[in-house]
Design a protein around this ligand. Structure first.
Ligand code: HEM
Length: 153
């Protein structure tokens, strides 16, 4: 587990890790199957619930969510992720850049957040290869979450 977390931290902190893999049709097909291997949308909803339990228990991340409706974030994150995995759900939430802008979210926060998600998936017996695929999908949102205008207020 330690190795994998470290692996993801370093991979997510590396901005050269561009989403170019995702263009190919094979990748899209793999990810269709991926959602099924994860257990489908219902399993994703469970994973997200557990993700935010871990996030709120982490002193490095909890303060970001102090004034947040967690019910809404869980629902929107569920929609976002199932849609990102080409599942049968549309994302109805706010644009991610606007949601995260000005909150001071750094590369490190992003990597820690994704590390919690990897831990949840691992705890459910998802294979390392599939964890890798899920986190590649999430990392496509990184530029929208980690702001360049963090200190701008
Ligand atoms: C791949 C990573 C992430 C994705 C896909 C993501 C996605 C989302 C989504 C879909 C929402 C709800 C939008 C809405 O209410 O319409 C949200 C809200 C939020 N996210 Fe993220 N997020 C990510 C990472 C992070 C990280 C790393 C942090 C902070 C450490 C963070 C902090 C927040 C906060 C504070 C809100 C709630 C804002 C409010 O109170 O309205 N997110 N995010």
């Amino acid at each position: 587990m330690g190795f994998q977390k470290q692996f993801w931290r370093s991979k997510l902190l590396d901005t050269s890790n561009a989403p170019q893999d995702h263009a190919s049709k094979n990748m899209a097909e793999n990810e269709q199957e991926l959602l099924e291997r994860l257990g489908g949308p219902a399993a994703v909803a469970d994973f997200i619930k557990e993700l935010y339990e871990r996030v709120l228990a982490d002193p490095a991340l909890a303060p970001f969510f102090e004034k947040t409706s967690m019910d809404r974030v869980r629902k929107m994150q569920y929609e976002f992720l199932v849609a990102a995995l080409d599942g049968p759900v549309s994302y109805s939430g706010a644009e991610l850049t606007a949601v995260h802008r000005g909150r001071g979210i750094t590369d490190q926060h992003f990597a820690t957040f994704c590390g919690h998600f990897a831990d949840v998936l691992e705890a459910h017996g998802i294979s390392s290869a599939d964890i890798d695929l899920v986190l590649s999908r999430l990392s496509m949102a990184k530029d929208k979450v980690v702001g360049t205008t963090n200190t701008g207020g």
